[in-house]
Design a protein around this ligand. Structure first.
Ligand SMILES: [Zn+2]
Ligand SMILES: [Zn+2]
Length: 367
């Protein structure tokens, strides 16, 4: 499988496109707002297009096409391709190919939006000053779908129809053509673009490494808020095939909720979920590694005994987690269903309290 290769070259088409859209949004929007005013209909259309195009990227381009995290009905595939094209983020085939390379070669020169080349490069510089030599050998599964292939071959037709002509036609019918152009096309595209781009820049720079402390990918709640749940990027890089990004009950992931809703209506199936015990094991391993790295910076003699005691508690914790997982998979003959889980929770408290009480560890263990 050949990776996507990038070489430095000014991309005039992208440069002109982004400059025009940005000028229309940054200059046109305040002018239109103050001189004409934005009607309720225009705000509604803006919200509708942010929702449909943004969700088509997160649910369709990303979780369905790039990661095959679930299977969707043909209508969902079509809607993802139609409104995904309206986001002007390239065809689903090209997007998925580059994104699979991003996961496979993350933080190396073969990663199309490699954060090691700088925040700006990862955000949008890679589209303006770099050309992508994409060979599509990593998306043969997607290319076998005639609808995906059609959207790829006639991408501009799809994008202009869904992203420009469709909103302009609604604007014409409601008497707001100029408003549709400035608010629903330019401002909406600018918002959807930069919120999506933040995943490649902000989420590879700021936030918490919850599941893998050696990855540049980070969990960032604010990015999750503006990207329909895509901000839990450390989790996503660790478990890319899971249809969820925000895996905890309080995390904002409307893309996950919508996929579950589609499943309930019979429009999506085979939603892939990593088991809670495997997710917990990754989180605990990340915390243990963080503690060991913090201890490695100390030189005092007492470190050895403390590290030994932490490792013993961590080994007991892993055993309790394993017992709980084995019990979950085994025949349900025991009446008290909470017993293995309770034993695990007790081991987790013992391990975390022991670390958090020590002045040797500068941070608090969160589990
Ligand atoms: Zn990433
Ligand atoms: Zn991904």
């Amino acid at each position: 499988m050949s990776p996507c290769r990038s070489f430095k070259k000014m991309n005039v088409v992208n440069l002109l496109f982004f400059s025009t859209i940005t000028c229309l949004a940054v200059i046109g929007l305040p002018w239109y707002w103050t001189h004409v005013g934005i009607s309720r209909m225009e705000w509604l259309l803006f919200a509708w297009f942010v929702l449909t195009t943004g969700l088509s990227i997160t649910i369709g381009y990303h979780r369905l096409f790039a990661h095959r995290a679930f299977k969707a009905s043909r209508i969902i595939t079509f809607l993802s391709l139609f409104f995904g094209a309206a986001a002007f983020e390239q065809s689903a085939l090209m997007w998925a190919s580059q994104h699979r390379d991003h996961h496979r070669y993350v933080d190396t020169p073969l990663d199309p939006y490699n954060i090691k080349q700088g925040f700006w490069h990862a955000h949008m510089g890679w589209m303006l000053f770099w050309s992508q030599d994409t060979d599509y050998s990593n998306v043969r599964d997607l290319a076998a779908d005639p609808l995906i292939l059609h959207q790829h071959r006639y991408y501009l037709l799809w994008a202009i129809t869904s992203g420009v002509l469709f909103p302009l036609a609604i604007g014409a019918l409601t008497g707001h053509v100029l408003g549709a152009l400035i608010v629903v096309v330019a401002a909406r595209l600018t918002f959807v673009h930069h919120s999506t781009f933040c995943i490649n820049s902000v989420c590879h720079t700021f936030g918490r490494a919850t599941y893998n402390i050696d990855s540049t990918a980070r969990d960032h709640w604010l990015v999750a808020l503006i990207t329909f749940g895509e901000g839990y990027h450390n989790f996503h890089h660790r478990f890319a095939s899971d249809y969820r990004n925000g895996v905890r009950w309080y995390q904002w992931d409307p893309s996950k909720w919508l996929i579950a809703l589609l499943n309930w209506f019979g429009l999506a199936e085979k939603l892939y979920r990593v088991s809670p015990q495997i997710i917990l094991a990754a989180r605990l391993a990340a915390e243990q590694l963080r503690v060991e790295r913090a201890l490695a910076k100390h030189t005092s003699a007492e470190i050895g005994d403390f590290l030994q005691a932490v490792r013993e508690r961590y080994a007991a914790l892993k055993q309790a987690l394993y017992d709980w997982e084995r019990w979950e998979k085994g025949p349900r003959t025991i009446r008290d269903t909470a017993t293995p889980r309770r034993a695990f929770e007790r081991a987790r408290r013992q391990w975390a309290d022991f670390i958090n009480r020590s002045p040797l560890i500068p941070h608090t263990v969160h589990v």
